[in-house]
Design a protein around this ligand. Structure first.
Ligand code: AMP
Ligand code: ZN
Length: 114
């Protein structure tokens, strides 16, 4: 745990969040400033600041984040209508919380990005 990290505090119960799912590797909760009707964050329990720090040993973890997003999309009823997963890295990528996380967005027509 990183003592100064917001998401470490949420993962460890020090700050409340609207948690929708948790297992031994990840925790998922609703984004405090939702950009779509469904906007969840999927966060590894382990503190990793930026995507740049991932290595070969983290393949399973990153796959688990994606499969958790898929499962939550079904639970949230957006798997057929469609959804987007996003991971931002560093300032120009739009990262504001330096504990890696996957956004799961859906429930409306999302703007075309690329
Ligand atoms: P990013 O900009 O990719 O680093 O995403 C960080 C996200 O965390 C933003 O969408 C914020 O709205 C969200 N966020 C910040 N503080 C909290 C919080 N206390 N609970 C839930 N989501 C948060
Ligand atoms: Zn952290």
């Amino acid at each position: 745990m990183n003592e100064d990290c917001l998401f470490c505090k949420i993962v460890n119960g020090g700050i409340p969040a609207d948690i929708v799912y948790e297992d031994d590797l990840v925790v998922s909760f609703r984004d405090i400033s939702p950009q779509a009707p469904v906007h969840l964050l999927i966060v590894p329990r382990r503190h990793i600041s930026v995507l740049n720090e991932l290595n070969e040993e983290d393949k399973m973890l990153i796959g688990h984040l994606a499969l958790t997003a898929q499962k939550l999309a079904v639970e949230q009823g957006i798997d057929e209508s469609g959804y987007r997963i996003i991971m931002n890295c560093n300032a120009e990528g739009g990262q504001t919380v330096y504990h890696i996380h996957m956004h799961l967005l859906g429930g409306k027509q999302l703007a075309h990005l690329c």
